[in-house]
Design a binder for this molecule. Structure first.
Ligand SMILES: Cc1cc2nc3c(=O)[nH]c(=O)nc-3n(C[C@H](O)[C@H](O)[C@H](O)COP(=O)(O)OP(=O)(O)OC[C@H]3O[C@@H](n4cnc5c(N)ncnc54)[C@H](O)[C@@H]3O)c2cc1C
Length: 418
């Protein structure tokens, strides 16, 4: 870990990190064979411990209540954000020049894994920022980014529409040029935090004739903009307490000062950090799967059937073994992607897709096996197992569906054989 992460303040919070959570790293060659050292650098272990301590102390106790109520109390969330800020965690993915700690992607995967152990609504306390905010100009930094980084305001990002999700060419929200800005009309759906955010970043078509790379513009709409109306909040299978909303835009005026990035370059603004976001989801899924897996492994030692612990039955051992291997494989895929990203290697794009695809599907399998090991108890809401199982499903859809990742990876494979 570089000097950048020294701003993570050490705290009294402490948690024991089991050996299996230290991702392995090739560190030595013995007799021509690369051997693995089972330890992370001490600083990354410390970082993991800090985040795990925060999650266990502040977030985990609220998980069941938030899930049942499908709501996080706004005052509670504000208090949690303050705590995350005190630890130097809030906005942890931002570079130093934008007020963040400037962590490497590898360091960020450690945080994402630990945050993945808690529920989606509560992890908003850590304040992972929208990557596209890197495109803020000097004035926008002041009125948009700085208050976000101080945890005073929040933001939403709206791409998906009733007729367009995976296929950006089908976007219908249009913005037309007027004196001093743009007038935007259309509708968006499934937008995280749209109904609570202070600003919504809207992707709109500004040149219907252009190709995707010149067709879209990213506009910043403050809450309360005339013509911006929330139309509904969605109920969901999982991520309960995390708001997803739909809204309509009826001739909303957006001044030039509220264009994020350059007009016509919305695709670039959006895609610039998509790989980081996919990597983040991949690591979150490792954390989520680990949490379910650990409970299942403990239960397999305690619960007895046919006169012996569940774990003594070979079928249960096999289920645990498969989950163990898949979690470690997912962690290593994320780690590889992070290292490529940190090195500025173009291979990062496909490596991040691979990690996102594998980890999100892995989390589904691991949480499903965990539920099976718990039997009926796993299906009941008394335990978090069924919540992990529900929550895992959403990750195969958001940040590019599994199919979109497969398309990217498949094309890259074919290109490499051209
Ligand atoms: C929990 C959650 C949070 C979200 N948050 C946000 C947010 O904050 N902002 C935002 O803009 N959106 C958000 N979304 C929306 C999400 O990005 C979209 O749901 C996703 O991109 C898929 O779009 P769609 O739902 O329109 O599905 P569609 O694009 O209609 O696709 C339907 C299905 O067909 C598959 N498919 C489509 N085309 C092909 C093809 N060519 N080949 C094979 N399969 C294909 C897709 O993979 C998918 O499985 C969120 C979604 C969820 C579930």
């Amino acid at each position: 870990m570089g000097p950048s992460t020294e701003i993570i303040i050490r705290t009294e919070i402490d948690s024991k990190i089991p050996e299996r959570d230290h991702p392995y790293k090739y560190s030595a060659t013995i007799a021509g064979v690369k051997c693995m050292s089972a330890r992370e650098p001490a600083e990354r272990i410390e970082l993991r411990r800090t985040v795990r301590g925060f999650v266990q102390t502040y977030l985990a106790p609220l998980e069941a209540e938030v899930d049942a109520a499908d709501e996080v109390n706004p005052a509670t969330m504000q208090r949690l954000r303050e705590e995350a800020r005190k630890l130097g965690l809030y906005g942890y993915n931002m570079p130093v020049e934008l007020g963040g700690p400037g962590l490497t992607l590898l360091e960020q995967t450690v945080i994402a894994e630990e945050v993945g152990r808690t529920s989606m609504p509560l992890s908003a306390a850590i304040g992972r920022m929208l990557g596209s905010l890197r495109f803020c100009d000097a004035a926008q930094q002041e009125w948009l980014l700085d208050p976000l980084m101080r945890a005073e305001t929040t933001i939403a990002y709206a791409l998906t529409e009733p007729d367009a999700g995976s296929d950006l060419n089908a976007l219908r929200t249009r913005a037309r040029r007027v004196d001093g800005g743009w007038v935007v009309s259309g509708s968006k759906q499934f937008i995280s935090h749209a109904d609570t955010a202070d600003h919504i970043i809207v992707l709109a078509v500004t040149d219907t004739e252009a190709k995707l790379t010149g067709r879209l513009t990213t506009l910043i709409l403050p809450r309360g903009t005339k013509g911006l109306t929330m139309t509904r909040r969605f109920r969901k299978a999982g991520w309960r307490g995390y708001h997803l909303a739909a809204f309509s835009l009826d001739e909303c005026f957006v001044p030039d000062s509220h264009v994020l990035g350059k007009p016509g370059r919305g695709f670039e603004t959006m895609m610039a950090t998509v790989n980081n976001d996919r990597l983040h989801v991949a690591s979150r899924c490792v954390g989520l799967a680990s949490a379910a897996f650990e409970l299942a492994a403990k239960y397999a030692r305690e619960r007895k059937t046919f006169g012996k612990p569940l774990g003594d039955h070979q079928a249960v051992q096999f289920a645990l073994a498969d989950s163990d291997v898949e979690i470690q494989a997912a962690r290593l895929l994320a780690r590889e992607a992070a290292e490529l990203g940190d090195a500025g290697d173009p291979g990062f794009r496909i490596a991040a897709s691979r990690a996102k695809l594998y980890s999100s599907e892995m989390a589904g399998r691991v949480t499903d096996r965990a539920m099976q090991i718990f039997g009926g108890a796993g299906y009941m809401t008394d335990l978090p197992i069924e919540r992990y199982w529900r929550d895992a499903r959403g990750f195969r859809i958001g940040e590019g569906t599994s199919e979109m990742q497969r398309i990217q990876i498949g094309r890259a494979v074919l290109d490499s054989f051209a």
